[in-house]
Design a binder for this molecule. Sequence first.
Ligand code: GAL
Length: 813
Amino acid sequence: MKLNYLALIFYLTLTSCTYTNQDGNSPRQTMILKEGWKFKKGNFIQAIQPDFNDSDWQSVSVPHDWAIYGPFDKEIDKQVVAITQNNETNASEKTGRTGALPYTGQGWYRNTFSIPDLDNNKKVILQFEGAMSEPEVFLNGEKVGEWKYGYAYFYFDISHLAKPSNNTLVVKLNNREKSSRWYPGAGLFRKVSLIVKNKQHIKQWGNFITTSNISPEIANINIKTQAVGKNLDLKIQIYNKDGELVTRHSTKEISNELFNQNIKIKNPVLWSPESPYLYSAVISLYSNGQHVDQTEEKFGIRSIDYSKEKGFSLNGRVRKFKGVCLHHDLGPLGAAVNKSAIKRRLKILKDMGADAIRSAHNMPSFEILELADEMGFMFLAESFDEWKKPKVKNGYNLYFDEYAEKDIVNLVRATRNHPSIVMWSSGNEVPDQWSKDGVERAKWLQDLFHREDPTRPVTVGMDQVEAVMENGFGAVMDVPGLNYRVNLYEKAYNTFPQGFLLGSETASTVSSRGIYKFPVKEGSMVKYEDYQSSSYDLEYCSWSNLPDEDFVLQDDKPWVIGEFVWTGFDYLGEPTPYDEVWPSRSSYFGISDLAGLPKDRYYLYRSRWNTQDETLHILPHWNWEGREGKITPVFVYTSYSKAELFVNGISQGIRVKNDSTPQHRYRLMWLDVKYQPGELKVVALNDDGKAITEKTVVTAGKPYKIVLESDRRLLKADGKDLAYITVSVVDKAGNPCPKADNQLNFSVERNATFKAACNGDPTSLEMFHIPTMKLFSGKLVVTLQSSNEVGEAVLKVDGDDLEGATLKIETKN
Ligand code: GAL
């Protein structure tokens, strides 16, 4: 009772904090420092002092990305460089490489908090899940500590400096120019939390849960817990997904501050992408019989195996990764992490049939790992894009010697209980691949991962395939990962000892949603005057390839254990093939665009990855005024192997997938269709030639009316939940207008706020947070954020000469 009362006082006093302790009886409290932050960009060394007047600083909530509000500016972090890993030999001006958003320079954050029940018996931990970058942390005028890598998780023990009230927390961040190859974001872009516990406690990230000897009847759960204190004993209760107690266990045996328990679970329900079943372990620490600490860990029961004979198996079943690489930014929201935004992305990937994610090229957010566990995605958790040799002048090479071990230790300890993580990656295309030192470094890093976690293998995404075959780098890795280089797979497989290969990065095909170029032809680094790439999905980079070539390897080579496509979604920065021209400022690689809208390629992957649902998708759109009578090829991405195409009812012939080229094997293509306005219809056929299903695309008339479609009808009134509303324009008959580019205006009333708009155009310089934007290829997406109030939110969208639209969304607790 007493503890409940204290928790209540704690909550009421800490106006700057959200109290997140779910169990009123828990002797530990976790507060997320979300509200009450003050922020200013610039150099403010005097802000360290508690009495500093920050009243003119901006009020922000954390997670926060100071750079996403722009404006875009080609001069920001303009890099005059030769990108050697892209085979460039001459330096040229790269605008937009890091997104052309103002992420460089210093940014300062201040917050005040209280810990009313603080006494000498308490331990206070301040945890950062990432801080971009080079964080220096001060409490009550004293320096607490510092870190370097913006993506790293780290924490400080602040017990000696914390007071019951009026604690002034100050964080200085600094982003150097030329420190990234993509948009890194800026600021406290992930959660900051305070953990208040007793001096006798479970250590930070001190639980390690692994599962073994799994059979349908029984599974062994090993739980190691690091704890400090006197006369300790530990009690563990394991609950199933429905919150029912499955088993309990207790022990007093502790050696070197480590409890090591083996617990059996009968009839275990296994975790897999198809059935992401989670258990939870409530771990309670007692000292002299008094309850002194408690943590709760979610875990899954699953086995992973990588073998010469079978490749990769999950729970004894051989399977191949159907994965995508993801950068951490959330498009129009920037790098500020938001669980609701990630969840939407993961839903889109699920529908496509993906079952795996690689966090390119750094530590994943805690939120994406929680969702991967819950929604069922296997995870390749990566750490670095650079080791000791630079790719960019001020990249991780500056910190490698001092921080690599610390960063890996924290990555593993903080995330090792996630069943979704099935592999670690110590690096991506590191230039160290070339050298003997690099081979030693690869071994050293891999050994660190093994020391911290003996249960998972380690990979590196390798692009210098000839070199790593030669110098032994590739042979060191638990899992040899190849980035592109489809022509070298066979040779690498024969050279490396492991007996299997992973496509750690594949495709890098480029396209702009809804844009089609003629004549239709395959090409590398193809550029057009409008700085867009064609959605016929035949354009790639000088180092990369088309999806179909990866599919051939995945399908024909049992020793290829899967692929991670570059990338699931477009991201800010790296606008290849337009990195030398302005205003390109975001990528063209995504299977879906920056707004999360599927490009045509989405359906190509869906047609082979989603084995539950049918896919039948036609491209291009059918609005080609001026192309009458001209060759306008039609592609169909489908889970069916045969189909007939009709233009205005006239058959264009039947196509059957065949092995003549990789494209003919995975796409149905009518290359000589002549455009006539009207109706394009595809009919999928079974082996006997009978129609199974059909899809139609028609030539639309003039834009007439705005249409809104929300992914959510109900939002949680927690100030964080998001609804994504796809805005499109239709003609009088209701047909989508695929070329509409009207300027639209948005207003939001009542219990939500306008968060962002994004149209997926990599060349647009309109800012995401301003409530007006042009449609791109007939569409854009508006994001609304719930307030803390229960009720209704209303979005209104209008545009000149268009019938406007209104959408209502409910907000609930
Ligand atoms: C890879 C690299 C990625 C991205 C990609 C673009 O070589 O690992 O980070 O740059 O190329 O194709």
